[in-house]
Ligand binder design. Structure first.
Ligand SMILES: NC(=O)c1ccc[n+]([C@@H]2O[C@H](COP(=O)([O-])OP(=O)(O)OC[C@H]3O[C@@H](n4cnc5c(N)ncnc54)[C@H](OP(=O)(O)O)[C@@H]3O)[C@@H](O)[C@H]2O)c1
Length: 497
C-alpha cells in the first residue's frame, strides 16, 4: 500500500532507501547527492535512511560515499554513517538486480529502512527500459501492504508522442502510475510554485486573469550559455524537445489552468491536463506562421567571442538542430479564447532569464495627449522565475512636473528582500516529495502525452522543411523571424537589456 501524502507541516521523509541508477554520472554528482546532503542537514531524513548507487563504473561503497558527499560529508558523522552502498553492474544484467535486492534487504535489517524504496533513474534515456525491466525481474517493483516502491524518471521522456507512449508501456508493465514520478526540475522551484500562490491564495488577481483584461502572454526561457560539452546530446534534442516540451509547457499550464479544488496531486494535474488539451494545434499550413526556429552563429564581443553552434564540440558542422524556438499558441476555452500566448526559448541569448509576462489591454480611451505618453508601455504583470526571483507590476504614473506626462513605473516584489528563508534547491524539494509520496509536482503520463501532442507537429514540420535554418548571432535575441512572429499583430518581445 502506498503511503498517503503528509501534511505540509510534517514534511520529513519516512524510513526509506534511495537507489540512484547512473550513480557515476553528472546529475548525481552535481544535483542529487548535494540534495540528499541538504535534506540530511535540514533534518528532513530519518536515521532509518540509506543511499545506494548503481552504475557500471567500478567503485567501492567508500568511494561512492566519498564522491557522494565529499569532504563536507555527513557520512562520517551521524546521519548517513553506515548507510551508503554502491552496486557495480550492467543495467541489463539480472545479477546486478539480484545484488541490489540483497543490499536492500541488508539495509532494511541494519538501518530499519522498512522495505521502502525510491528508485531514481539518472541514466541516459536508453538505459530506462533495461533498468525498469531489471527491477521488475527481481521483484523490486512491488509495493506491499506496508512498504512502497517508487520510480523517479528523468527527462527526456520519449522524443515524441509515439516513443513516450512506448516508454509508458515499459513503465506500466512494471509499475502502476501512482508509483511513477516523472521529474521536471522546474516544478521544484519555489518561484514556479509561487505562480500557484499568486493566483490561488489571492482574490485580486483572479478576476483579471482572463481574456477581458489580458492582451497577450509571453513566456521566455532564455539562456546565455551555449551547448558547452553537451553538443552530442543536444544534437538529438534541440530547443523544442529540451525546453519547450517540458519546462515551458509546464509553466504555461500552471499560469493558465483553472483553479484546482486543492493542490493535491490528482486535482492539480487534472487542471494542467485540461489546459494542455485546450491548446489548439497549428495545422501544417500555418506552422510557418506560428512557429520559428533558429540556430546561433558566432557572435559576442571582441573580448568574449562565442563560437557558433555548428562549431561546438560534438555538433555536426551541417547541423539543422534548433537552438532557439518561438511559438504562438492559442488556448480554446472560455477564459482564454482569442488571447495569443507567445513562448520562446534559446541558447546564447543576451540574458539568462525565465519569466511569464501577462500584458494587459490598453485603456479603451486615453484622455491624455499622445505626445505625453511616449514612455508609457502597456500595463504588465511579470512573474520572474529566475534570476532576481520575484514579481513586478508595471503601470503608468505621472511624471512629477508641470506637464501631465505619464511614464511606465513598477512595483517590485523580490524574494530576496522579502523573505529570510532560503529556497531549497529544486532537486531537494522534489526528492523529498517523492520520498513522502506527494506527486503534485511530478508529471503524469497523460500530461507528457499532451505536451508531445503540442510540439510534435512543429518538430515534424521542421524536419520536413529543407530550407536553411534561420540563424541568429550569439548574444542576440534570436532570429528576426521571431520578431515577425510576434510583430504580425503589432506586438513585440519584452527584451531585457
Ligand atoms: N546533467 C544534468 O544537468 C541534467 C539535467 C536535467 C536532466 N538530466 C537527465 O538526467 C539523466 C542523467 O544525466 P547525466 O547528465 O548525469 O548523464 P550522464 O552523466 O551521461 O550519465 C549518467 C550515468 O549513466 C550511466 N550510463 C548508462 N548508460 C549509458 C550510456 N549509454 N551512455 C553514457 N552513460 C550511461 C553512466 O554510468 P556508468 O557508465 O558508470 O554505468 C553515467 O555515468 C539523463 O536522463 C539526463 O537527460 C540531466
Amino acid at each position: 500500500m502506498d503511503h498517503a501524502p503528509q501534511l505540509i507541516q510534517e514534511r520529513s521523509a519516512p524510513p526509506a532507501t534511495l537507489v540512484i541508477f547512473g550513480a557515476s554520472g553528472d546529475l548525481t554528482r552535481r544535483k542529487l547527492l548535494p540534495a540528499v546532503d541538504n535534506l540530511a542537514r535540514h533534518g528532513r531524513l530519518p536515521d532509518q535512511f540509506a543511499l545506494v548507487g548503481v552504475a557500471r563504473t567500478p567503485m567501492s561503497d567508500e568511494q561512492f560515499a566519498e564522491s557522494a558527499l565529499g569532504g563536507k560529508s555527513l557520512l562520517d558523522k551521524r546521519q548517513l554513517a553506515g548507510g551508503v552502498r554502491y552496486v557495480a553492474g550492467g543495467y541489463d544484467d539480472p545479477e546486478t538486480y539480484k545484488r541490489l535486492a540483497e543490499t536492500l534487504d541488508e539495509l532494511d535489517a541494519v538501518r530499519g529502512t522498512s522495505g521502502n524504496r525510491l528508485f531514481y533513474l539518472s541514466t541516459p534515456a536508453g538505459a530506462f527500459e533495461p533498468v525498469i525491466n531489471g527491477l521488475a525481474g527481481a521483484g523490486l517493483n512491488q509495493a506491499t501492504e506496508t512498504s512502497f516502491a517508487r520510480l523517479v524518471i528523468e527527462k527526456p521522456y520519449g522524443r515524441d508522442l509515439a516513443t513516450a507512449r512506448e516508454l509508458d508501456g515499459v513503465v506500466h508493465g512494471a509499475f502502476e502510475e501512482h508509483q511513477v514520478f516523472r521529474i521536471d526540475h522546474y516544478l521544484g522551484k519555489d518561484t514556479v510554485q509561487n505562480v500557484l500562490a499568486l493566483r490561488f491564495a489571492n482574490s485580486i488577481f483572479q478576476p483579471i486573469w482572463d481574456r477581458s483584461w489580458i492582451d497577450h502572454v509571453q513566456i521566455t526561457v532564455a539562456e546565455t550559455l551555449g551547448v558547452g560539452t553537451r553538443g552530442g546530446f543536444y544534437e538529438g534534442a534541440g530547443a523544442m524537445r529540451d525546453i519547450v516540451q517540458n519546462h515551458v509547457l509546464q509553466v504555461l499550464a500552471l499560469a493558465l489552468m483553472e483553479p484546482p479544488v486543492s493542490f493535491e496531486g490528482e486535482n492539480l494535474r487534472n487542471e494542467k491536463v485540461k489546459l494542455l488539451q485546450a491548446i489548439r494545434l497549428p495545422t501544417d499550413r500555418d506552422v510557418s506562421e506560428a512557429a520559428v526556429r533558429g540556430q546561433y552563429t558566432r557572435g559576442g564581443t571582441r573580448e568574449e567571442l562565442m563560437a557558433g553552434y555548428r562549431e561546438e564540440v560534438g555538433v555536426d558542422p551541417l547541423s539543422r538542430t534548433e537552438t532557439y524556438a518561438a511559438m504562438r499558441l492559442n488556448v480554446d476555452n472560455w477564459r482564454w479564447a482569442g488571447v495569443p500566448f507567445y513562448v520562446r526559448t534559446g541558447k546564447r541569448l543576451p540574458a539568462r532569464l525565465t519569466e511569464v509576462a501577462l500584458q494587459f489591454q490598453r485603456p479603451p480611451h486615453l484622455p491624455i495627449p499622445a505626445d505625453q505618453l511616449t514612455e508609457l508601455d502597456a500595463d504588465a504583470l511579470i512573474l520572474r522565475i529566475q534570476p532576481n526571483e520575484g514579481i513586478s507590476l508595471r503601470f503608468g504614473a505621472k511624471v512629477p512636473g508641470h506637464s501631465f506626462r505619464v511614464r511606465t513605473a513598477s512595483m517590485n516584489f523580490s524574494y530576496d528582500q522579502t523573505f529570510v528563508e532560503e529556497s531549497p534547491e529544486a532537486y531537494e524539494r522534489l526528492l523529498l516529495d517523492a520520498l513522502i509520496g506527494d506527486a503534485s509536482l511530478f508529471i503524469r503520463s497523460d500530461e507528457v502525452q499532451q505536451s508531445w501532442r503540442i510540439v510534435d507537429p512543429i518538430i515534424e514540420h521542421w524536419e520536413r522543411d529543407r530550407s536553411p535554418i534561420p540563424s541568429y548571432e550569439a548574444a542576440s535575441w534570436g532570429p528576426t523571424d521571431a520578431d515577425r512572429l510576434i510583430g504580425r499583430n503589432g506586438r513585440k518581445w519584452r527584451n531585457a537589456s
